[in-house]
Ligand binder design. Structure first.
Ligand SMILES: Nc1ncnc2c1ncn2[C@@H]1O[C@H](COP(=O)(O)OP(=O)(O)OP(=O)(O)O)[C@@H](O)[C@H]1O
Ligand SMILES: [Mg+2]
Length: 313
């Protein structure tokens, strides 16, 4: 396997007596988009700060492209773009001057800097507001500019800490499209959010943390099957057939649970192929089936099951 873009090994961070990050280990391969999820205070932002050297770990290591990260000034940081949860912008400066300032910190000058500024302003949908002071921007516009700053030096690893908070639905959609575009360009993305629909759209893998520890690190699809204990199958039946159908279906191997619902039965199957046997049996017993649908639990269900908490306060 190739060298991972990011390798985190037994990372620990304490604030006084509180352990915010408690022995995290994970690796991220080139081109992956991974959701870093967890309830408020789980340790997500602290983890991202450790990944860019803004915080120093009490134990453990971070390696970017196989190179150990040594603090905030390490040149290996050029590979990383962090869009912080707390906005990091100068209110008195215009959008363009903010970008100019942060771009120069990354060593961009002259034409290269001007070009980078134009590119990220376009990305953030702020090209027409470039010359206005940030203090006159709406919350969503500031959020978009904050993300633009992280992209100035064209990093290949993006750490996005709740990049769509306070962004209206339309701009959010435009932002998500742009992020999908970055993915298609081959960028590696670590994405923190409390919006599950964004994770479903952008990430094929999620790392769920709470109390600074990993509760799950898996592909979204696998996690859903694992969380529900199987495949959920909803069988729509004509009125009055539930009791009888239920009696027959308990005989099928691979049906691990049956629940009566308003329009029929809800089954839990060990695998999707069992659905065929369900249909066959009901046909044989002359019980009319009106509809048949598998249902995956939502990521929100999975999250609740893992953490015992909902994603939002
Ligand atoms: N600078 C700090 N000093 C003291 N404690 C801190 C500091 N930064 C974070 N913490 C604590 O570390 C824990 C993890 O915080 P962190 O900001 O990483 O959570 P989070 O998962 O990003 O939460 P949220 O979803 O609310 O952004 C919390 O208990 C928090 O109070
Ligand atoms: Mg946070």
């Amino acid at each position: 396997m190739s060298v991972p873009v990011l390798a985190v090994d037994r990372l620990v961070k304490r604030f006084g007596g509180r352990t915010a990050v408690d022995g995290l280990s994970f690796q991220i391969q080139r081109g992956e988009a991974v959701g870093l999820l967890g309830p408020n205070g789980a340790g997500k932002t602290t983890t991202l700060s450790l990944l860019v050297g803004l915080l120093t770990p009490d134990a453990g290591t971070v390696a970017i492209h196989g190179m150990a990260l040594q603090g905030d000034t390490d040149p290996v940081k050029r590979h990383i773009g962090l869009a912080t949860q707390e906005l990091a912008l100068y209110e008195e400066l215009t959008a363009m001057d903010n970008l100019g300032f942060f771009g120069s910190l990354y060593g961009l000058r002259g034409d290269a800097l001007a070009q980078a500024c134009r590119r990220v302003l376009e990305f953030a949908g702020l090209a027409d507001r470039a010359q206005e002071p940030v203090k006159g921007f709406s919350g969503g516009m500031k959020r978009r500019l904050n993300l633009a700053v992280a992209l100035l030096h064209d990093p290949d690893l993006l750490l996005l800490d709740e990049p769509t908070v306070g962004v209206d639905p339309q701009s959010r959609n435009a932002l998500l499209e742009s992020i999908e575009d970055l993915r298609r360009q081959g960028k590696t993305i670590v994405y923190t959010t409390h919006y599950m629909e964004e994770v479903e759209r952008l990430c094929e893998r999620v790392i769920v943390v709470d109390h600074g520890r990993i509760l799950a690190d898996a592909r979204v699809a696998d996690l859903k099957v694992q969380a529900s204990g199987g495949i959920q199958l909803r069988v729509g039946l004509a009125a009055g057939h539930q009791v009888e159908a239920r009696k027959w279906l308990t005989e099928i191997t691979g049906v691990s649970a049956i629940e009566t619902v308003s329009d029929g039965l809800q089954l839990l199957l060990s695998q999707v192929a069992v659905a065929g046997r369900v249909l066959e049996l009901l046909e044989r017993r002359e019980i009319p089936v009106l509809s048949l649908a598998t249902r995956q639990p939502s990521l929100e269900d999975v999250f609740l099951q893992l953490t015992g908490r909902t994603l939002r306060d």
